[in-house]
Structures are given as structure tokens and as C-alpha cells.
Design a protein around this ligand. Structure first.
Ligand SMILES: Nc1nc(=O)c2c([nH]1)NC[C@@H]1CN(c3ccc(C(=O)N[C@@H](CCC(=O)O)C(=O)O)cc3)C=[N+]21
Length: 283
């Protein structure tokens, strides 16, 4: 079975649009983009387009590639204090001259729709999430939509990044999976992967996951964004070879990517609803 992330994202965006309309709220997202990386430019454009579609207002702040950390922090503090903004997204990766850790720490946790702030990561790992990072949260939505069982299953996550691998493991653990996190220093990665009922690959290498790494019937989730020899967009998984072994598999494109954007919209609506609670205990 192919897990159609594009279709699920469309469905969720339609639902969200109705929910926003009914709420009477007008959520607003600010994106901050530093530099002119073409992929980042494209992703940010896609995010603003999604905002427009569901009834979220959005503004975009562009800074030059040589902007100082202080300058980026200044912009974030202003957005933190702006009552017209509910959600703040700083497009990653930042140029090497900008201190990413300081930038992430500066975003107000209740506007952190990316879920990267240590407060949000901590809440996620303590089993009481506020905002979870969009890519792994979007993957949970796909698994839910297709009724793929998680509780009691063995999940293996390849990759330990703060935006995907780690929060993915926390979300699966919160859903009662038994979770293994693998990375570049893992002893026998093949053997670990083969144990997975749910295998999530977030490595960044084309054809990294072959059929010899997949248990018959497993759900395979491909988070990779790579390009093959012909320059065509592809994931980490050798799709053609794995699709007959796996019970379910996400394609690239059309799998995890669209879910990331749909989840960002959902998180922004959540941020707008939070704002209407004036007590921190209600979060
Ligand atoms: N602060 C921050 N938050 C992010 O969520 C974030 C980020 N920085 N930096 C970059 C990554 C990457 N990302 C994607 C979003 C959509 C697609 C997507 O929709 N992809 C389409 C294909 C698009 C194409 O044609 O290239 C698909 O897979 O079908 C992919 C990747 C969000 N990211």
C-alpha cells in the first residue's frame, strides 16, 4: 500500500480551513528566511501558499545571507512581542554565520510552531507536548489516517536530528511503540532496521534503505530529500525495490513533505487558539 501523504495533506488542509472559519479566529504566521538558498525559498513560498488556502494570514521577513545573529534575534524578539503574530517559523538551515541554537532559544515557546525550542522538545519528551516538530507530527498523522497500529509495535528511527529523528522517536514512544534510534555509529544498522514494524528513515542518502533492511509487511516512512543521478527528487528508500517487501510505504515526492506543511498550518491554528487562553496553565 502506498501512503499518499499528498492526499492526506489535502484532506487535513480542507478540514483545517473549515475549523478556522468556524473559530472566528484569524491566525497569523511570520516566516523568517535568512539568505537566498533556492530550496529554502521554495519551501517558504509553499508555506505561504498553504496559509492563504486555509485562511491564515502570513508575513515574511527576508534577511540577507550575511545577517548577524544579533540582527536575527532582534527580528525574533519583535515578532515575540507582536500581538498580531501567533506563530513564528525560522527557515532552516541558517547560514553558517548565524548561531542556530541562540535563534531557536529566542523564539517564544508559545509561538514556536516548528516545535524546536527546548521547552517544546522537553514537553514532547515528557509526554505532554505543546508543539511537536511538523515533519514527525505529520508522519503520526499519516500513520493515524491509514490506521497503522503503533502501540506495542517495534519502531526504528534512523537519524537523530532535533527536527526529525529525536522528536519522531518521542512521538512513537508517546504512542506506546518500543523505539530504537539508529545513527551513523550504530553497530549493525541492517539488523536493527529489519526488526522494525515501523521504519522511519531520515538520513539524507539516496537508496540508503534497501529491501534487505525491511521486514516483510513493515510500514516504511521516507523522510529523505535527495536527488538521484538524473537530478530527480528522491528519498532515502530504494522505493521500487522496497515497495513489494513493505506493507505500506511513503513515496518521495508526495509522502512526508506535504504533511510537514499541513502540520505547520495545524500548529499555527493551535497557536492562535492558545493565545485566547490567558493562563499559562491552560497550555
Ligand atoms: N524551520 C523549518 N521548518 C521546516 O519545516 C523546514 C525547514 N525549516 N527547513 C527545510 C525543511 C524541509 N521541509 C519541507 C517541506 C515541504 C516539502 C514538500 O512538500 N515536498 C514535496 C516536493 C516539493 C518539490 O517538488 O521539491 C513533496 O515531498 O512532495 C519538503 C520539505 C520543511 N522544512
Amino acid at each position: 500500500m502506498i501512503l499518499d501523504g499528498k492526499a492526506v495533506s489535502e484532506k487535513r488542509l480542507e478540514l483545517l480551513k473549515e475549523m478556522i472559519e468556524e473559530s472566528g479566529l484569524y491566525p497569523r504566521l511570520a516566516t523568517v528566511i535568512v539568505g537566498e538558498d533556492p530550496a529554502s525559498q521554495m519551501y517558504v513560498r509553499m508555506k505561504h501558499r498553504a496559509c492563504e488556502r486555509v485562511g491564515i494570514g502570513s508575513i515574511r521577513i527576508d534577511l540577507p545571507a550575511d545577517a548577524s545573529t544579533e540582527r536575527v534575534l532582534e527580528v525574533i524578539v519583535k515578532l515575540n512581542n507582536d500581538p498580531d503574530i501567533n506563530g513564528i517559523l525560522v527557515q532552516m538551515p541558517l547560514p553558517p554565520g548565524v548561531d542556530t541554537g541562540r535563534v531557536i532559544n529566542a523564539v517564544a515557546p508559545n509561538k514556536d510552531v516548528d516545535g524546536f525550542h527546548p521547552c517544546n522538545i522537553g514537553r514532547l519528551f515528557s509526554g505532554d507536548p505543546l508543539f511537536a516538530p511538523c515533519t514527525p507530527q505529520g508522519i503520526m498523522t499519516i500513520l493515524e489516517e491509514y490506521r497503522i497500529p503503533i502501540a506495542g509495535k517495534h519502531a526504528v528511527v534512523i537519524g537523530r536530528s532535533i527536527d526529525v529523528g529525536r522528536p519522531m522517536a518521542a512521538l512513537l514512544l508517546n504512542a506506546d511503540a518500543t523505539v530504537t534510534i539508529c545513527h551513523s555509529k550504530t553497530g549493525d544498522l541492517k539488523e536493527e532496521a529489519r526488526r522494525a514494524d515501523i521504519l522511519v528513515s531520515a538520513v539524507g542518502k539516496a537508496k540508503f534503505v534497501g529491501p534487505d533492511m525491511v521486514k516483510e509487511g513493515a510500514a516504511v516512512i521516507d523522510v529523505g530529500i535527495n536527488h538521484d543521478e538524473d537530478g530527480k527528487l528522491c528519498g532515502d528508500v530504494d522505493f521500487e525495490a522496497v515497495k513489494d517487501v513493505a506493507g505500506a510505504i511513503t513515496p518521495v515526492p508526495g509522502g512526508v513533505g506535504p504533511m510537514t506543511i499541513a502540520t505547520l498550518m495545524e500548529n499555527t491554528f493551535k497557536a492562535a487558539r492558545l493565545e485566547t487562553c490567558n493562563s499559562i496553565t491552560a497550555w
